[in-house]
Design a protein around this ligand. Structure first.
Ligand code: FPP
Length: 248
């Protein structure tokens, strides 16, 4: 039986998040500059997006640039930004052909103007699509997200439009960059590292974590299927006992 047909489409994660890692090592293994790895990572972005949409996943969030990534050599940061603009512009038609809506999380107002404009245009041009939402985390970090949410709520309290006793988990979730999206049920990280790296800390409270040694540029549809099959074999207890879930 091929991998795709082993997936139970009734039990798909509604939201998958991916920490795309290993581009630099993939390039190094080939004696090439890190940027070569990022360029080859775009094919994996396309494969992950296409396969998630084909299966019926509703949200796919990709960690494309963290707030910490600004500390990389200037040449690499510039190359990543250029690659982003170039890819977004090239892929708008494919996103529309497949009814995929683009969104971002993160402080995109600190990105170079050219990147921000290309992104805002792509978000606008794909806003009518309904099959899947592709969320790019750009200049994103979870601590930034949580701090911004706290600041937004503090401003509302100061203005008198929110009472401190009305702050609860739902109110807090709705102040985060991911407001309105279901929390990711499956978080994948490539390249063998077993870290979260400041990604969606609040939202992954109950996500299943899946770490694969595959380097991001090598990630293909089968790797996504493997992750989903693995997810579907796990018992998700949400604090309950196994017996409570099975009724035994
Ligand atoms: C991590 O690998 C990868 C990134 C920081 C960037 C991901 C970017 C892309 C795949 C290209 C464009 C993306 C889009 C959405 C168009 P790393 O450089 O940390 O690898 P290493 O750990 O081996 O050094």
């Amino acid at each position: 039986m091929d991998k795709k047909s082993q997936i139970n489409l009734e039990k798909l994660p509604r939201h998958i998040a991916i920490i795309m890692d290993g581009n630099g090592r993939w390039a190094k293994e080939r004696g090439m500059a890190r940027v070569f790895g990022h360029r080859n990572g775009v094919k994996a972005v396309r494969e992950a997006t296409e396969s998630a949409a084909e299966l019926g996943v509703e949200y796919l969030t990709l960690y494309a640039f963290s707030t910490e990534n600004w500390n990389r050599p200037e040449m690499e940061v510039n190359a990543l930004m250029a690659l982003l603009v170039d890819t977004i512009k090239k892929e708008i038609k494919t996103l529309n052909d497949n009814s995929i809506r683009l969104q971002t999380i993160g402080d995109i107002f600190k990105l170079p103007e050219k990147s921000r404009k290309a992104l805002l245009k792509a978000i606008e041009d794909t806003s009518h699509n309904t099959r899947m939402t592709l969320v790019l985390a750009l200049n994103y970090s979870a601590k930034w997200d949580i701090t911004e949410a706290a600041r937004k709520l503090a401003i509302q309290v100061k203005r008198g439009s929110l009472q401190p006793e009305d702050v609860n988990e739902d109110v807090f979730s709705n102040a985060l960059a991911t407001a309105g999206m279901p929390d990711p049920e499956l978080l994948i990280r490539t390249s063998g590292e077993a870290r979260i790296s400041n990604f969606l800390l609040w939202q992954i409270a109950y996500a299943e974590l899946y770490f694969t040694p595959t380097l991001w540029p090598d990630f293909r549809k089968e790797h996504l299927y493997d992750a989903i099959i693995n997810f579907q074999h796990r018992e998700r207890r949400f604090g309950k006992t196994s017996e409570q879930l099975t009724g035994s």
